[in-house]
Structure formats: C-alpha cells, structure tokens
Design a protein around this ligand. Structure first.
Ligand code: GDP
Length: 460
C-alpha cells in the first residue's frame, strides 16, 4: 500500500510575531515531535491525550541546545483537520526559531509541505469536499464581513449540499431512462417524456439561479474592479483618500497570482471595491502621459465600475469631452468634484453633457460622499447587499461547471421534446452529472486538483 508521508511547515506568516506555529500532519507526526520535545511535567509526548496542550521545550538532540520554550498541541486522528495525527508547536514568533523547529522535524523524516497540502489531505481523506476546501482560500482572503460569511457558508457545505441534491435528482432521471432503454421490450411502465422533461427543467432553473448568484459571489469575495478616471487635477487621489479615510483600507498580498500584486481594497458599505491602478492616481510626468492615457483606457476596459470624475469649478474642456466619448457609459458613475468651490451655485462644468445624473461632491470637505457610496452600492447590487441566504457561487471554476451542466440539461430537455433517442439524452445527463461532480470533487482529475491547491498559501 502507498505509504502516507508526514509533512510539516511553518503555518503562520513569515516575519516576526508574538507566536509562530510549526505544524505537522501524518502518521509519524507525534513520534517525530517527541524526539525533540522535553515536557515540563516529565510525561512523554506520545502518551499525551488527544486535543491537549503540552508545555515544555524543544531541544536539539545533536547539540543538546535549547531551541525554544513551547506549547505543543496534540490532535490525534481521526478527529482532526486532515483526519491524521496533527502536532502544532506554538513557539516564539521569530523566523529563526520557527525555522529551527521545522528543520529538526525535517531532519527526522518529515517532508516540507507544499501550499494547500494540509487542506488537500482533508479533502483526500474525505473530511471536506472540494468546494469546501476551496472556501478555505476565501476565508483567508475575505475582504469584508459579507465575503467572509459567504465563504464560511461554503465551508459549512451549503453549496455542496445543493449540488448533492441536484446530482441526486439527475441520477434518478437517468436511472429511469436507463431502465427504459434496457427493458424496453418488457412489461414495465414506459417513460413519460413530458414529465421527465418538466422535472429536468426544474433542475435546470435551479442551476440557473446558482449561476446568477455568481456575480454577487465574485463581488463579495474578490471585490468590484473599480477605476477612478478623470483628467489630471480633478481630484482622483483626493477622492481615493477620502474614501479610504473612514473605511479601513485593507492591503492584501495575494500569493499565487502571476503578478503577486498588492491590491488596495476600499470597503463601501460592505462591498469591497478593488481599485485598479489608473493613470493620474499617481503623479505622472509629461513623457509618460501617453502611457498613462493607455493605462487609463485599459483600466476602463477591465473595470466593473468606473467613477468618472470632473472638476465642477471649471468649465469642461477637450480632455473631459474626450473622456466622455471613450467611456463605457453603462458601467460609469459620473461625479462632479470640488463643490466647495461653487457652494450653492451650479457647477461651471456643464452637466448636460453627462448621460446620467451626476453625484456632486467635495473630496476635500467630504460633502456628498455618502450619496456617492449609495450610488455605488446601488449600481453594483441594485441597492444593498442581497440576503445572503442559500448557497452563493464564489468561484469562477464552479460557475463554468454549472453552466456546462445547465447546457447539458437544456439539450436533454430539447431532445425529449423533439423525440431524440433516450441513449443520447442519457448521455447529456451523464455529462451534467460529471460537471457537478467536478465541483465537489467526486469526479476530478489529479492535474486539476494540483491547480486548485496551488492557490493556497503555505501551511494551510
Ligand atoms: P488628481 O490629479 O486627479 O489625482 O487630483 P488630486 O487629488 O491630486 O487633486 C488636485 C488638486 O485639487 C489638489 O490641490 C487638491 O487639493 C485639489 N482638490 C481635490 N479635490 C478637491 C475638492 O473637493 N475641493 C477643492 N477645493 N479642491 C480639491
């Protein structure tokens, strides 16, 4: 039989902190740790009860030197995250200490864990399904409370439960259809194609609802890609700053992305806006201005939402007009800034040029900022956050598979109507089942698993 290895890694972020955790899972986890641990009470680690903490010290057996005073958490299989034995060494949070503890484990037979390998084991050992495993990444990278709630619900299995029910329903139809194919010459009741079609249609519309939830899911988990555009000096950075002022700015480093970007997120009434770096947000010199314009265009193409800014204290000019012609207007919110300069008066900028009613603000005095935020939430989610009940699809991978399943069912329904052979219809049902099975991981290829778990950070 395949020998399961014991794996270890530092689970807390790199850098200095109050504590750091070195984590190990696998059949040898407890015995490897016992070789370097001296307990304060004198009782050996391998006799420690499950889910207990042991106080003591890690010592390098080769030199006899003390490495650190630690607390060791012992969790025995199967009631653990990976369903294997797990050891968590809480040491002091310096990188040298954690690295030393880790290398003592590696010298004694543990292997360095790759990103997501703990969660991968939880999946392979049947503790969680794939959709749940993927939600772990989201919990870690959640940018707002709402995003976190959706991710937690997915970890809890709400999406998996729904997918399971839909698969079961398709399976029943398929079984009836196959029985009809196999025993068509015997005396059993013939398949009622109309009724089968109706039931499949119901499943299809439930899939459609799940697919519709994906937009909200993406907004909550990844944020609305937002560009602030406008000619130089209209107040783009000032607006950014005043939006950042009250709402806490969260700067996240997303590991695993090709660019390793640092992205800036503003939380606007629970909706995370992910700001796309546009020209003009940073001071640009003349010769790079052209590059800047191109960047601005690209940002507008990539954006879900565009905040298009004008200076209300000045009449419009060619720059403003050029911007208005190049703008995708359906995704734009128009903002007239510097209203403190024309207090009570109409702005000098001709608002008649704008295709929809602008929001009038002062980035400097924060006047109108609340209306702007309301306009933003309205534009994104039609008013406010929808009730976060029921499963919400947050992964692009899931959405594509749901669409595949929906299309297969659509073809099956169509086939039933036009008198297509049952073998061909059963084939479509099988494809729908396979697609849904890929979401929860019942039917999934190894290389795909590899890709999915690569998104994880080390130690999870
Ligand atoms: P950007 O080039 O579009 O990013 O513009 P900035 O945010 O750097 O602003 C340009 C100038 O306009 C700065 O001197 C700001 O202080 C000023 N400014 C920005 N917003 C306002 C506002 O609402 N009222 C007034 N009076 N000045 C503003």
């Amino acid at each position: 039989m395949h020998q399961v290895s014991t794996i270890a890694t530092i689970s807390t972020p790199l850098g200095v902190g109050a504590i750091g955790i070195v984590r190990m899972t696998g059949p040898e986890a407890i015995s490897i740790c016992a070789q370097v641990f001296r307990s304060a009470s004198g009782s050996p680690l391998d006799r420690a009860a499950t889910h207990s903490l042991c106080h003591g010290a890690v010592q390098d057996p080769a030199s006899g030197n003390l490495v650190d005073e630690v607390l060791v958490g012992i969790m025995r299989a199967p009631r653990t995250y990976t369903r294997e034995d797990i050891v968590e060494v809480n040491c002091h949070g310096g990188p040298v200490v954690q690295q030393k503890v880790l290398s003592l484990f590696l010298e004694r037979g543990a292997r360095l864990a790759s990103p997501g390998e703990f969660t991968r084991r939880a999946f392979l050992n049947g503790r969680i399904d794939l959709a749940q495993a993927e939600s772990v990444v989201q919990i870690i990278s959640a940018k707002t409370e709402a995003g976190l709630r959706v991710a937690l619900a997915q970890l809890d299995g709400s999406l998996s439960g729904e997918i399971g029910e839909l698969r079961q329903a398709i399976l029943l139809e398929m079984a009836a259809m196959e029985a009809d194919i196999d025993f068509s010459d015997e005396d059993i009741e013939e398949l009622d194609r109309d009724q089968t079609g109706e039931r499949l249609e119901q499943i299809r519309s439930r899939l459609e609802e799940l697919i519709d939830s994906a937009f909200v899911g993406r907004v909550l988990s990844q944020g609305v890609r937002t560009a602030i555009v406008g000619k130089p000096n209209v107040g783009k950075s000032s607006l950014l700053n005043s939006l950042l002022m009250r709402e806490r700015a969260i700067v996240t480093e997303i590991p695993g992305t090709t660019r390793d970007t640092i992205e800036e997120i503003i939380n606007v009434k629970g909706i995370p806006l992910q700001l796309i770096d546009t020209a003009g947000l940073r001071p640009a010199t003349d010769e790079v201005e052209q590059v800047g314009v191109e960047r601005s265009r690209r940002a507008m193409r990539e954006a879900d939402l565009i905040l298009c800014l004008f200076d209300g204290s000045e009449p419009e000019d060619d720059h403003d007009r050029a911007l208005l012609t190049s703008l995708p207007k359906d995704r734009a919110i128009f903002v007239i800034n510097k209203c403190d300069r024309f207090r009570g008066q109409s702005p000098r900028f001709n608002r008649g040029l704008l295709p929809s009613e602008p929001v009038i603000i002062s980035a400097l005095t924060r006047q109108g900022l609340n209306q702007l935020k309301e306009k933003i939430t309205g534009a994104v989610l039609g008013g406010s956050l929808p009730p976060l009940e029921g499963p919400i699809v947050t992964h692009e991978r899931h959405r594509l598979l749901l669409e595949g399943a929906r299309d297969s069912l659509g073809r099956a329904c169509q086939g039933l109507r036009v008198g297509l052979g049952e073998e061909l219809i059963a084939e479509e049902l099988r494809a729908a089942l396979a697609a849904l099975g890929e979401i929860t991981g019942e039917e999934i290829a190894d290389d795909l698993l590899e890709t999915i778990f690569r998104e994880f950070c080390i130690g999870k």
